[in-house]
Design a protein around this ligand. Structure first.
Ligand code: HMG
Length: 402
């Protein structure tokens, strides 16, 4: 990987996904709350959500996802780690710093944390593309990791979730070559945010949905203005998924904007024979079991698509990112020959299946536990993940390998 030409493709070389120890079954939540389970399964398009054990957080999930990348690719040429999250655990220190130590990465690496709600993962990816464009011999580790938490008994509660996706960005990528044109759109709006002293998000749910659709329309229009591909030249479309029904709403909006007949079927729905299958259902397979993983959500959709669709080589995928507040971006990439790993979907399904179901009573108790930042404590061992958040000592969070 030496030398640089304008034609050198740059993009996602490898991708790995992980989640938490616990899972909340939305049928259990519906039964406990006296809600029709169909509201969650059909109304939101969600079956479950991941929930962290006390010894897990965004750092342990991030390190577990990134470890898979380092185990497969080594750390040669890796000089930057960009950690995107909106559930940061410190106001000053980047969550990527403990990840550098836990993974045994060289000290000669720059690390940073990026924030702009769920959009930050796409900002991190764009930054990585820029670094590799300038020096194609370098590789950048992009990590998206989040724990989505809303107040108990609020409308957002069933859309919580957690997960991490790590990506290696390089020249001559094995998975997805990202194309240069991108559409962007920023609008200052108070649809969802998390004040510094709050562990849960403040949200105006209905406003957030219209803000999401307006922003994606703005980003799409900008992509066209930047000379990006027309809808008929795009084979698959992925969306940020706060809940999978939102991806269906976004797809309906894109169909209206472009006049294209795009299939709106989610898993379990009957496909429309007169509409084009752009991978909507396939891209939601993991998210409906993870819940909202904020910055990781769009890339969990990409993982689901790459793991389940074996006919993507040479096909163009559009990725719509949205982060409340708000920023949206749509970018496109071309799937590379040889990308398909026939075992990948079974591997990650096994991870999802291995989560321990937590009772609603135990989940509510854990959710309600808030530790003051001045308090030192030791976390009991619960998670079987490769890294643990062991507790707080002298007000600093402590992490170790399992
Ligand atoms: P809600 O109170 O559950 O809304 O809140 P609802 O009563 O309108 O019900 C939702 C859907 O369930 C509706 O379908 C109902 O018809 C249906 P729709 O009309 O939308 O197609 N429904 C049923 N379906 C079948 N059987 C039934 C039944 N009952 C009702 N029995 C809301 C929903 C999304 C507002 C809430 O969960 C919330 O506030 N979530 C958090 C905010 C959110 O996710 N916003 C999405 C866009 S913003 C975004 O994506 C950014 C974000 O990820 C964060 C970031 O960027 O940082 C959140």
């Amino acid at each position: 990987m030496t030398g640089s030409t304008a034609a050198t493709p740059i993009g996602i070389h490898d991708l790995a996904i992980t989640t938490t120890h616990y899972v909340v079954e939305l049928d259990d939540l519906a039964n406990a709350y006296g809600t029709d389970p169909a509201k969650f399964r059909l109304g939101l398009g969600q079956d479950q959500f991941s929930f962290p054990a006390p010894d897990e957080d965004i750092v342990t999930m991030a390190a577990a996802a990134a470890k898979q990348i380092i185990d497969r690719n080594g750390s040669q040429g890796l000089r930057t780690v960009i950690f995107a999250t909106e559930s940061g655990v410190d106001q000053s220190k980047a969550a990527a710093v403990p990840v550098q130590r836990l993974l045994g990465l060289p000290h000669e690496v720059r690390v940073v944390e990026m924030k702009q709600a769920c959009y930050a993962g796409t900002a991190a990816l764009q930054s990585a593309l820029g670094i590799v464009s300038r020096n194609p011999g370098e590789r950048v580790l992009v990590i998206t990791s989040d724990v989505a938490r809303y107040q108990l008994d609020s409308p957002g509660e069933p859309t919580q979730g957690a997960g991490a996706v790590a990506m290696l960005v390089s020249a001559d990528p094995a998975l997805l070559a990202i194309e240069p044109a991108a559409g962007v759109y920023t609008a200052d709006i108070d649809d969802f945010w998390r004040p510094n002293d709050s562990t849960t998000a403040v949200v105006d749910g209905k406003l957030s949905m219209s803000a999401y659709l307006d922003a994606m329309a703005g980003a799409w229009d900008d992509l066209q203005a930047q000379g990006g591909p027309a809808i008929d030249d795009i084979d698959r479309v992925l969306y940020h998924q706060p809940f999978t029904k939102m991806a269906k709403k976004a797809q309906a909006h894109l169909a209206k904007l472009t006049g294209a007949a795009l299939d709106l079927a989610l898993p379990g729905d009957t496909a429309d024979e007169n509409a084009r299958d752009t991978g909507l259902a396939t891209g939601t397979l993991y998210n409906r079991r993870l819940g909202n993983s904020y910055t990781a959500s769009l890339f969990a959709g990409l993982a689901a698509l790459l793991h389940h669709d074996s006919d993507l080589a040479g096909k163009r995928v559009a990725l719509f990112s949205y982060g409340s507040g708000s920023v949206s971006e749509v970018l496109t990439g071309v799937v590379q020959p040889g990308y398909f790993d026939a075992d990948a979907s079974a591997r990650f399904s096994a991870v999802l299946d291995a989560r321990e179901t937590i009772t609603i009573e135990a989940y509510r108790k854990l959710h309600a536990t808030e530790r003051a930042s001045a308090e030192d404590y030791v976390n009991e061992v619960v998670s079987k993940a490769p890294f643990r958040f062991t507790g707080v000592s002298a007000q600093a969070r402590q992490y170790e390998s399992a």
